[in-house]
Write a protein that binds this ligand. Structure first.
Ligand code: NDP
Length: 487
């Protein structure tokens, strides 16, 4: 059976490359190639820049209300095609349908809708300086680049294109080569909604295509989502042309469970923050610090619920709530961390093995895994695993728990479970993380800025401030009085 071959999406349509180079995309749940994609060669890259220049000229000249109206039309189309798009995400990523059907497209559409609404509300300032005055304009940056990870491909493309386009920029987006189709579908939707050709181009390929975007002198900003190590390369490369950067990187986030917490709720948060999307979420609370008074109760309930309530299998089955990891490589990496956890002395509470569900025997599944008796120096406690592997640690002193939670070079997210309102705020204020939850975990509405402290990131996505990251301020001084000149 022949599989489809997708081309790069440039200037409002598909563009054939000249090199003929393609790459294959596999369904992680079946290990089968589902389609091929053409790599963006020099011809495509050049066309992407040239059309983005033209698209930008047209798009940035429109009024914010006009842009907003077109983006809202795209939001409508995204929502109307929810199921078609959600299915693409399931087949590309291996995540469960029951998640994609209500999260991936919706949260992407929400963000475009949010920024479409904000665009016309962005205003400059005016201030008198004696009889003279100045005013400022919020102007778009020009051509921006977005580079995405594979865990939420469509959502990431929406989260980057929403503010970029609302502010009047053009965006060239490179999805991960593991999950390239969602961004293409978004490009088709933008085009159908009336976004001018060239304003949203999709280029395909691996690191080399990403590197080209970070180096290009024609690109003013790069917004990147991916690993810390790749992020550092992107920043270094972007420095060559002094590009603006937004970095959404990895995490190793702590969740602190105090002895007055609602333990069932805390277990729910820990499971969501480790097993949702089979653990492939950047904000996951992979270090769970539990107060010694409730430690046994916590791990007893955690073990029971993990063993009874998780259903792995064909991700398209709506009953399935644990999907396949993105690739065989990543699967092996995660299994390697599990081996390390065992060899370094952690106790395997549950899981710890690869799974071969009857409905998806060739998929890259890993059982939801919980390690107890963990210590702060273990590899599984220090490094981001990006799979369904939770480490549980004990504490008995608040200050010590905060110190241990902060003892990492990462700072993406953190959470606290306690019924003591003063403690909740006191503790969360001391945690070094950009995205925090009290008696909750993982929610990320469009209105809330997200981004990391320390090496987890630079800048923010979502929330009002993100629009500032896609504009530059022009100050205009207006002389109302004669110039006083010594010449
Ligand atoms: P990677 O860093 O491996 O890749 C991210 C993107 O960068 C991909 O499109 C990749 O291309 C591209 N890329 C690779 N090398 C370069 C380079 N030298 N220059 C420019 N681009 C390059 O991340 P993953 O895709 O493996 O995603 C998982 C990571 O993403 C985790 O660390 C996770 O924590 C993080 N993440 C962070 C989020 C946040 O909001 N903070 C959200 C989601 C994920 P290709 O893959 O095609 O080779």
């Amino acid at each position: 059976m022949t599989t489809p071959v997708y081309q790069n999406f440039i200037n409002g349509h598909f563009l054939k490359n000249q090199s003929g180079e393609t790459f294959a995309v596999k369904n992680p749940a079946t290990d089968e190639v589902i389609y091929h994609v053409e790599v963006a060669d020099a011809f495509v890259q050049n066309a992407a820049i040239e059309s983005a220049k033209q698209g930008f000229a047209m798009w940035s000249a429109m009024t914010p209300i006009e842009r907003s109206r077109i983006l809202l039309k795209a939001v409508e189309l995204l929502r109307a095609r929810n199921d078609e798009l959600a299915k693409i995400e399931v087949l590309d990523t291996g995540k469960p349908w029951q998640e994609a059907e209500c999260v991936d497209v919706q949260t992407g559409a929400d963000v475009i809708e949010y920024f479409a609404g904000l665009a016309p509300a962005q205003v400059g300032q005016q201030q008198m300086v004696g009889e003279d005055f100045y005013y400022t304009r919020k102007e778009p940056l020009g051509i921006c680049a977005g580079i995405g990870a594979w865990n939420y491909p469509l959502q990431i493309a929406c989260w980057k294109s929403g503010p970029a386009l609302a502010a009047g920029n053009a965006l060239i987006f490179k999805p991960s080569e593991e999950t390239p189709l969602g961004a293409i579908k978004l490009a088709e939707i933008f085009t159908e909604a009336g976004v001018p050709a060239g304003v949203f181009n999709v280029v395909q390929g691996a690191a080399e295509v990403g590197q080209w975007l970070t180096q290009s002198d024609d690109i003013e900003k790069v917004s990147f989502t991916g690993e810390v190590g790749t992020g550092k390369k992107v920043v270094a490369s972007a420095a060559g042309s002094l590009k603006d950067v937004t970095m959404e990187l990895g995490g190793k986030s702590p969740l602190l469970v105090f002895d007055d917490a609602d333990i069932s709720q805390a277990v729910s948060a820990a499971m969501l923050g480790n097993f949702y999307t089979q653990g492939e979420i950047c904000t996951n609370c992979t270090r769970i610090y539990v107060h010694k008074n409730v430690y046994q109760q916590f791990i007893d309930e955690l073990k029971t619920r993990t063993e009874q309530n998780i259903i792995a299998g064909d991700p398209m089955n709506p009953e399935v709530n644990l999907g396949a990891l993105i690739s065989k490589n990543h699967h092996d990496l995660v299994m390697g961390y599990i081996d390390k956890g065992i060899s370094e002395g952690a106790t395997l509470l549950t899981g710890g093995k690869a799974l071969k569900p009857d409905s998806a025997p060739n998929g890259y599944f890993v059982a939801p895994t919980v390690f107890t008796d963990c210590t702060d120096d273990m590899t599984i406690v220090k490094e981001e695993i990006f799979g369904p592997v939770m480490s549980v640690l004990v504490f008995d002193d608040e200050d010590d728990a905060i110190r241990r939670a902060n003892d990492t070079h990462l700072g993406l997210a953190a959470g606290v479970f306690t019924k003591d309102i003063k403690r909740a705020h006191r503790v969360i204020h001391q945690l070094q993380a950009g995205i925090c939850w009290i008696n909750s975990y993982g929610n990320s509405p469009a209105e809330m800025p997200v981004g990391g402290y320390k090496q987890s990131g630079i800048g923010r996505e979502n929330g009002i401030e993100t629009l500032d990251h896609y504009t530059q301020t022009k100050s205009i001084y207006v002389g109302m009085t004669d110039i006083e000149s010594p010449f």
